[in-house]
Design a protein around this ligand. Sequence first.
Ligand code: HEM
Length: 403
Amino acid sequence: MSADTTTEAPEFPLSRGCPFAPPETATAFRDAGAPRRVTIWNGSRPWLITRHDQIQQVLGPGGRFGADVTHPGFPNTSSAQPHVEGGIFFRKDGDEHLPIRRILNPDFTAKASETLRPRIAELTEQLLDELPAKGQPLDLIEEFALALPTVVICEVLGVPLDQRHAVHEASKKVVQLSLPPEEKLAAFQELAENIHRTMAAKRDQPDDGLLSRLVNTWVDEKCVLTFEDAVNLGVLVIGAGHETTANMIGLGILAFLREPEQRDTLLSDPQKYAPTAVEEMMRYWSMVQTEPRRLCLQDTEIGGVLIKAGEGVICNLPAANRDPAVFADPERLDITRTERRHIGFGFGVHQCLGQNLSRVEMQEAWPRLFRRFPTLRLAVAESELHFHDDALTYGLEELPVTW
Ligand code: HEM
């Protein structure tokens, strides 16, 4: 067992050479088997974990790896990260994480998300109704893929619709890796101020939304959260709740356009294939590409390498979700695939809070879009599409289409 198998440590984040495949460096590391070091912005060299079983070892039970971004040695994305996220439960462990997660869980169970399905279907149809009048070519990211989750998460939280645009612009900056730290911090503050104002207004005008319950029940009645805690939760849910799903809806549309036989399968029986299509698209795209990150808290052997307490670890979901040890013919997109062990929503105690909501949105969006616009096609050559490689989440800048 060795402490370090190589002195070579490529720069991280890694780029995808082919837009439809994980970064080659990550898959090469995975195929070689052991964790390898990468170099991040501050010169430190955390371990990159690329195999499906090894990521489960890091993120699973045992408490050997922590999520607290304020711990020295944590492989932060920038110097701003501990300030922006340090106070939020999802970057905490144990008693600072679980009780807060339990407050939010009821709003995002499979059952709660299923209850929202009729409304999500209605919003999807409304957006599709509006598309023809917008003219062609049309950017499906802005007008559909982003519009749907933004409205849905605003409704879940109770954020007024006229704040939608401002909220989206600010949260987009918070997740952009290449942005200078001051700009990220400013965007975060803008988002926090917006949620702060909205939440304060809910004290006089309560409603069924999550923001209202956070402030009226958990801050004022039960005194479990401070007002600031509640604002931070609102900011997190809004940030995590629309950009992610929007990217996935857009990437899924592109995949169906490239592989029309998959679209035909989907449309042949959406009840049956929309759920499996969502899992397969999550696996295929693995669009969370620079997370999860953790700090090793106790010396642990992973894949024959000793990871020492105090060393950082970054999990690479794109490589793991194409791990041939788990998925047969992993490079192939197949929406009838029944192997569901992808870790696109993470794994373990920090596994995605909003995964059920996100699933329902994708399940409604894709079949309704392709049923309504059977001749939908790209309005530009595929090589002209721009993917954002520099963000926490992978996605398309624009998706110009015609029909
Ligand atoms: C396709 C869409 C989405 C993807 C791919 C995704 C992915 C992820 C991943 C990989 C994690 C784990 C991070 C880690 O372990 O460090 C995570 C956590 C989280 N996600 Fe999502 N997410 C999506 C949608 C959403 C939505 C819609 C919401 C909000 C309603 C949301 C809220 C959260 C929160 C709050 C956490 C932290 C949970 C915790 O630490 O306990 N996500 N997500």
